[in-house]
Design a protein. Structure first.
Length: 132
C-alpha cells in the first residue's frame, strides 16, 4: 500500500536528520485516497467531507513542501562547508568564516548559517544604505 511507502520514507528521512514531526503519511495521499483512508481508519474528528475537501489540499501541499525542503536540507546543504565557503562567488577572502554564533546555534546547522552569511553579504553589497 502507498501509505506504508510514505511512512517508510518519512521514517528514513527522520533517521537521517529530517524534521518531519508535522507530516503524517496520510497527508501525502491524494484526496480520494485520503477519503478511503478515513473510511478504513475513522478518527474522532468531527470534520465534514466538505470541510476536508476545502482544507486537505493545503495540508497536503504543506506536507509535500516540508518533505522536499527537508530532503534538500539533509542531502544538499550538507555539501556546503566552511572549507568551500571561500570558493562561493563574490565573497571576499578576508571575511571570517567561523563565527561563534555559527557553531553554537541550536536552530541552524553550520551549512545553513554559511548560506545565511553569504546572502547577508550580498544583500549588504546591493543595499549599502540599509545593511542587515
Amino acid at each position: 500500500m502507498i501509505l506504508n511507502q510514505y511512512e517508510e520514507l518519512i521514517n528514513f528521512l527522520k533517521v537521517n536528520g529530517a524534521h518531519l514531526n508535522t507530516v503524517r503519511p496520510e497527508y501525502l495521499l491524494n484526496i480520494s485516497d485520503y477519503f478511503k483512508f478515513l473510511k478504513l481508519f475513522p478518527k474522532d474528528d468531527n470534520f465534514k467531507p466538505k470541510t476536508i475537501e476545502r482544507v486537505y489540499p493545503y495540508l497536503q501541499t504543506e506536507s509535500w513542501l516540508t518533505v522536499f525542503f527537508q530532503i534538500l536540507r539533509i542531502y544538499y546543504l550538507n555539501r556546503i562547508t566552511p572549507k568551500n565557503f571561500r570558493s562561493l562567488p563574490g565573497v571576499a577572502a578576508t571575511d571570517s568564516i567561523t563565527d561563534p554564533s555559527m557553531t553554537k546555534s541550536n536552530v541552524y546547522s553550520v551549512s545553513e548559517t554559511i548560506l545565511l552569511k553569504w546572502m547577508t553579504y550580498h544583500y549588504n553589497e546591493m543595499n549599502p544604505m540599509h545593511p542587515k
